[in-house]
Each structure stands twice: as structure tokens, then as C-alpha cells.
Design a protein around this ligand. Sequence first.
Ligand SMILES: [Zn+2]
Length: 259
Amino acid sequence: MISNSPDRYARHEMLHEIGAAGQRKLSQSSVLIVGCGALGGFQAELLARAGVGRLRIVDPDIVELHNLHRQILYMENDAESKVLKVEAAAKRLAQVNSGVVVETRPVRFNAQDAQSLLAGVDIVLDASDNFETRYLLNDVCIKSQTPWVYGGVVGTSGMVMPVLPGLRGPCLRCVIPAPPEPGTVPTADTLGVLNCAVAVIASLQTTLAMRVLLGNPPAEIGLFHANVWNMSFDFLKVQRNDLCPCCGLGGFEFLDAPV
Ligand SMILES: [Zn+2]
């Protein structure tokens, strides 16, 4: 079978950062992708091409025409027939790499289902488009000691930060203790979004995910910011806050919120 050919991952296995042992490790790994739009599409395709064994993708939405400029898994006919994103994504990913198991969950990531959606995964990639979901994701990942990678893109800029539960580094709430009020920060819906910025941020998130899966996360944890249009890149080192309401004090108010 072509999906199992020893040549398939040869150019990845050549890299000392991955190697044959690393490739085997990736093939035994499971990743949850929360949101299968712009960031999630790039992440899923890169991980499928890299031979990560199992992908679980969560998204309740259907494909729309205005998605296509940045959501690479979807085609015009997907928008015309208004299919669920997870269904269109699974079809495309099966063509990309038939050796990868793709599990689809056509639901919004929510507090009630959060723990079962994380069951059995090694890492979570944030591909959501709102802070409500990210704070819930932060809660459930800190509680279950599951690493996750924050990512967001608006306009021509984006940010990335890995969260490695335990003593390894800060969580999202060490940086931003409370989510901004809805409507107070620009979003892709209000400001637009550059497709190339999505590709850069998703690629950085996916690289971080691979490094964590291979047991080689970055030594310094912080918030990486890129303005892709201006080609300006900044890194802000972030310390873990012992008084953080989540990872410091152990509160999970977004996960425990009444439904
Ligand atoms: Zn924290």
C-alpha cells in the first residue's frame, strides 16, 4: 500500500530533528484540532502529510464561499453543497494520506463534552476563532495535563504560544487572566484576515506540536507574534504566574461553568 511505503517519509526521516524513530513516534500519536477552518485546515493537512497517526477534528460549521480564500481543505463544490467542514476535511485528508485515522466531531467545543473530546489525545491544537473556546481549552488541558498550542490570526498578524502543563511554563491565563469582553477585540469577521498570515501561524503551531510529540519542546516558553505583511516577528518570554487563577490556584471556572 502506498500509505505504508518506506519512501513516504524519507525527507522527514533525514532530518536529525525527526529521524526514523521520530517518524514512528508521530505515527503513534493522536492530535485534537479544535476548529477546522483556516488554522485547523493547515494544521490537519500538515499533520496528515507528516504521518501523525490519528487526528480528531471538531467543528460544527458548514463550508461557505467566503471560507475558501484561506481554508485550504475545501473546494468550491463543498461550498456549493454546504457540507459540514469536518466531513469535507475527512474526505480531503483521506486523499492526502490514507494511513491516517481521521475522527470527525461535528460539534462546538463545549464544557460538557470537553473532557471526552480530549480523551486519548497527546496534544491539542487551538484553531478556534474566539476566546471563550480558548479559556475552556486552557482549563481542560491544565486539568488533564494535556499540552496545547494557542494560535490566533486577525488582519495580517497572529500569535502563537505553547502551553505545557505542570511546571514547564505558563498557561494562557498567566498571560491574560480573563478573556476580553466579546466585541472589544477585532476578529477575522470584523477586520478580515490575510491567508498567508494563517499559513504562517498554523505552521508554527504545527511545528510546536511535532516538537512536543517528539519530546523536544522549546526550552523558553512565551508568546510569539508575527506581522506577516510587515515581516516583523517578536518573541515575549512569559513566566508562569504562581497566582494564576488556573494553573497556579487550580480553578477551572470555564470548564465547571453550568451548562
Ligand atoms: Zn497559568
